[in-house]
Design a protein around this ligand. Structure first.
Ligand SMILES: [Fe+2]
Ligand SMILES: [Fe+2]
Length: 250
């Protein structure tokens, strides 16, 4: 996997770990935000990719700086590395919906310090910064959260915005300064089935689009695929708003 630092201002940085080497498990991104030497992992990933995620992160930050981890929902590609991280550092404090706490302990982390988040969300403290926990229930899990960092203007959006890209993909949909709608159109083809099939509720989708439209977002960071920046952020929100989801019902 590769690591890219995509935001840096003083002691405040965001990293993306992307393009995993193992093709037999769904390609997943892991993000890390570091403030004043305190690192929060966002959706730390699956058991199978733990060695490459750990190695990629260790290239850019001291593993001992990882003090907390956020789990947007219960899926194995997000949280099954929990016992491995916990074995490395039992002091990591885990944050997930209170509905999922006793479920994700099934990954094998009976002694991990897992804090349950209420349905309305809240805040996580990272160093001297506060990261907002944004409700995104039913997108796709019944209890589901995203994170918003108002300093870096980063929205970590879990499975929303996900695209299933071929190996060797870039970290960004398009990071050039010029506006290129064609790059968005080429990318979003890889996102359509995922959203139609995995997102169950048009009402939840509408609620999310309204909620995040009020935020200033420079980087919309999904757990699969590539980061949306510039005009592609609004383009994605508009595209999702128009999409009819819950397709398995016919
Ligand atoms: Fe998921
Ligand atoms: Fe996922």
């Amino acid at each position: 996997m590769k690591t890219e630092k995509f935001f840096s201002e003083g002691d405040h940085s965001w990293y993306s770990v992307y393009d995993q080497d193992e093709a037999r498990v769904i390609d997943s991104n892991v993000y890390a935000v570091q403030v004043d030497g305190h690192t929060l992992l966002c959706d730390p990933g699956g058991f199978e990719i733990f060695p490459q995620v750990f190695s990629a992160l260790a290239d850019v930050l001291p593993p001992s700086s990882i003090k907390s981890a956020f789990v947007s929902h219960q899926d194995p590609d997000i949280a099954s590395s929990l016992p491995l991280w916990n074995a490395c550092s039992p002091d990591i404090v885990w944050h997930t919906s209170k509905l999922w706490v006793s479920f994700i302990r099934h990954y094998g982390a009976l002694d991990a310090n897992i804090q349950g988040l209420p349905d309305e969300g809240g805040e996580l403290v990272v160093g001297t910064s506060r990261i907002q926990v944004i409700p995104a229930h039913y997108l796709h899990a019944s209890a589901n959260f995203h994170l918003y960092d108002p300093t870096a203007k980063v929205l970590f959006s879990g499975d929303v915005g996900a695209a299933l890209l071929p190996p060797g993909h870039a970290a960004f949909v398009d990071r050039r300064d010029v506006d290129t709608p064609a790059a968005f159109d080429a990318h979003i083809k890889h996102a359509e089935f995922f959203h139609r099939r995995w997102m169950p509720s048009n009402a939840a989708k509408r609620n999310w689009c309204e909620r995040v439209s009020k935020l200033q977002i420079d980087f919309l960071c999904p757990q699969h695929g590539a980061i949306y920046t510039g005009k592609n952020v609004a383009r994605f929100i508009d595209w999702f708003d128009q999409l009819d989801v819950g397709s398995a019902l016919g």
